[in-house]
Design a protein around this ligand. Structure first.
Ligand code: R5P
Length: 275
């Protein structure tokens, strides 16, 4: 698919191949361009349909708008629900994503009622990479209860323990992490998303105060807004490792395998074991 932005910000999309009668996997990278990605998906899906595609599997490695999953203050959009409904309405046959921020929804199936949806994880790949490159003997640290799901997969893959802290967020960059820590020499902080880096920096400060000497940070989706990566490294992390769902300088782990497995499950009609 060809896509470019016109000088006024509108998008141009073209499907230059014959898709008639075919099953198409449309890969849409939302990353730090969530609004563009949604319009791009709309234009691409409608074009693929007009050109006769038989089935359109939308692979969105990073699913945007997932964190606004409730009406926290009166009148707010419940963005994740609306985005899911939009994708259903434009007519994609199924959606696949990686480590979606599922907090108030227990599975993607709860969000997508009319089409198949699959959420795969890159946590096993991240864990193996960290273990191979930085050695074992670490404790996995989840910043909050939501991150337990990712920390537990990560820890299980390489046979290490994990702990879960408590996070209090007062604003976009105003975060405090609480919880009791016994002395941890070596730690790997695991989360789904790093955006401003405030969560991770707060965990690093807590770990350092508890005596941690060696801290690596791992996440699936590295958005790194407003110099978040520099902030994390300056606060004392040895390194950052992310998957490649969002292009960034720390994306050293490929999410292609879990994505391909998920697409295969959709094509084979075997969704058992996926959320
Ligand atoms: C939200 O709860 C997510 O799991 C991440 O912890 C969050 O998005 C990180 O954001 P930031 O890097 O801005 O603290």
């Amino acid at each position: 698919m060809l896509s470019r932005e016109f000088p006024d910000g509108e998008l141009y999309v073209r499907v230059p191949t014959n898709v008639s009668g075919k099953t198409v996997v449309l890969v849409e990278c939302a990353g730090r361009r969530p609004n563009i990605a949604l319009v791009e998906a709309l234009l691409a899906v409608k074009t693929l349909q007009r050109l006769g595609a038989r089935e359109i599997i939308l692979a969105m490695p990073y699913f945007p708008y997932a964190r606004q999953d409730s009406e926290f203050s009166a009148g707010e959009a419940v963005s994740v629900r609306e985005v899911a409904e939009l994708l259903e309405l434009i007519g994609v046959s199924s959606v696949i994503t990686v480590d979606m921020h599922l907090h108030r929804y227990s599975s993607v199936g709860e969000l997508f009622r009319r089409i198949k949806a699959v959420n795969v994880s890159a946590m096993r790949e991240l864990a193996l990479f960290v273990h191979q490159n930085y050695g074992g003997g670490f404790t996995v640290v989840a910043p909050d209860e939501e991150a337990r799901q990712w920390a537990s997969i990560f820890a299980e893959e390489v046979g290490v323990p994990y702990i879960v802290l408590e996070k209090e967020r007062r604003g976009d960059e105003d975060v405090t992490v609480k919880g009791t820590l016994s002395v941890i020499g070596k730690a790997v902080i695991v989360d789904d998303i790093i955006s401003t880096g405030s969560t991770v920096v707060s965990v690093i400060e807590k770990l350092r105060a508890a005596g941690a000497k060696d801290i690596v940070v791992a996440c699936t989706h590295g958005l790194f807004v407003a110099g978040a990566d520099a902030k994390i490294l300056l606060s004392g992390a040895r390194d950052i490792v992310t998957s490649d769902t969002v292009p960034n300088p720390f994306a050293r782990v490929s999410a292609a395998r879990p994505l391909a497995d998920g697409v295969k499950m959709i094509l084979d009609g075997e969704l058992y074991g996926f959320s």
